[in-house]
Design a protein around this ligand. Structure first.
Ligand SMILES: Cc1cc2nc3c(=O)[nH]c(=O)nc-3n(C[C@H](O)[C@H](O)[C@H](O)COP(=O)(O)OP(=O)(O)OC[C@H]3O[C@@H](n4cnc5c(N)ncnc54)[C@H](O)[C@@H]3O)c2cc1C
Length: 313
């Protein structure tokens, strides 16, 4: 790949590749320079072909605490960017815009302490970033989601975290909403995440597409603040699957009830396939969720063919 120098881009390099399925891949990148972000934000990755640059948004699955950037990517065979991303080998380079963007961060400021996370396939990425960050905070007994990402050994310098309203200026002190000096920090090393609790629903066509199931099940078994339910929409294709079945929007209402989630105290986050996000919002709206308690990240606009790939689960 040719490398045009640009003051807007970092020259990132692939340091690890995990093939989840023929059309799903986890890519780990060394961004090549410090890259700051908040859990839940996205990076803009770019490839160059025939003298042209093509760029797309990808939610960051890694935590700001980690020294690499990780992405969970689905191949769109006719797409401009993903076929090139799927050709990348360890050591290959690609472009990454220097500025992370997005407001799909964990809402620690509204006073709602329950967080219903709903995703299809690669849409789990920002939630993995929340969970890795909270898990590390929980183990370290620090405040929640405090820092921006500083790779290459840089340490976090300040305790700030963007909110949905002030995100890109990095406005809020987590401690304000989270009460770091308060009661929930009493329990020695397990100070995190205080009263906050995450409930993650993850849909895929088949269980091999979850990508992060092992990690998420491990964390959910370890901590008191995470519930994780993966659900497959094509159970007839794998008789060994003993878990939940159905599309994620089909089981959304059921789990909101099972988990006892009330709209007044629960922020909902929907991420991934546009139909799931639309249906999910409708279901939650009918169950009493107000607009300001629902956030979404829609990954693409559905094409004319309506072809949806794995992301539709
Ligand atoms: C904020 C944000 C975060 C995102 N995060 C991720 C992520 O973490 N992982 C990820 O894989 N993608 C993510 N996306 C989608 C990503 O930006 C690209 O749109 C996607 O990878 C396709 O890029 P492409 O250039 O290969 O295809 P394009 O040339 O952009 O698309 C070709 C056609 O395929 C359709 N299409 C695009 N994506 C899909 C899909 N998944 N399934 C079916 N049809 C599709 C488009 O509508 C278009 O008609 C995110 C998008 C946004 C806006």
């Amino acid at each position: 790949m040719t490398h045009h120098t640009s003051d807007k881009h970092l020259h990132a390099r692939v340091i690890e590749r995990r093939d989840i399925s023929p059309d799903l891949r986890v890519l780990r990148l060394d961004p090549g320079a410090p890259f700051k972000f908040h859990a839940g934000q996205y990076a803009t990755l770019g490839v160059e072909r025939d003298g042209q640059r093509f760029e797309r948004a990808y939610s960051i699955a890694s935590s700001p605490y980690e020294d690499f950037l990780e992405f969970f990517i689905e191949l769109v065979p006719e797409g401009d960017v993903t076929p090139s991303l799927f050709k990348l080998q360890i050591g290959d380079g690609l472009l990454c815009r220097k500025i992370a963007k997005g407001r799909f961060t964990l809402d620690l400021h509204s006073g709602r302490t329950q967080h219903l996370l709903v995703s299809t396939v690669t849409g789990v990425a920002p939630f993995v970033s929340y969970i890795r960050t909270l898990h590390r905070d929980w183990k370290d007994g620090q405040g929640a989601m405090q820092g921006s990402h500083q790779s290459h050994g840089e340490r976090r310098a300040h305790g700030e975290h963007g909110s949905h309203s002030e995100h890109e200026t990095g406005g809020h002190q987590v401690h304000g909403a989270h009460g770091a000096s308060g009661a929930h920090q009493r329990h020695g090393e397990h100070k995190m995440p205080g009263p906050h609790k995450l409930f993650l629903l993850h849909g895929a066509s088949r269980s091999c597409e979850f990508g992060y199931r092992e990690e998420l099940e491990r964390v959910a078994a370890e901590v008191p603040w995470l519930e994780y339910v993966p659900t497959v929409s094509r159970p007839w294709e794998e008789h060994k699957w003993k878990g939940e079945t159905g599309r994620v929007d089909d089981v959304l209402r059921k789990y909101a009830d099972v988990w006892g989630l009330r709209p007044e105290v629960t922020t909902a986050y929907l991420c991934g396939h546009p139909s799931m996000v639309e249906h999910g919002r409708g279901i939650l709206h009918r169950a009493g969720w107000k607009k300001d308690a629902m956030f979404d990240e829609v990954y693409f606009v559905q094409g004319k063919s309506g072809s949806a790939g794995a992301a539709s689960a």
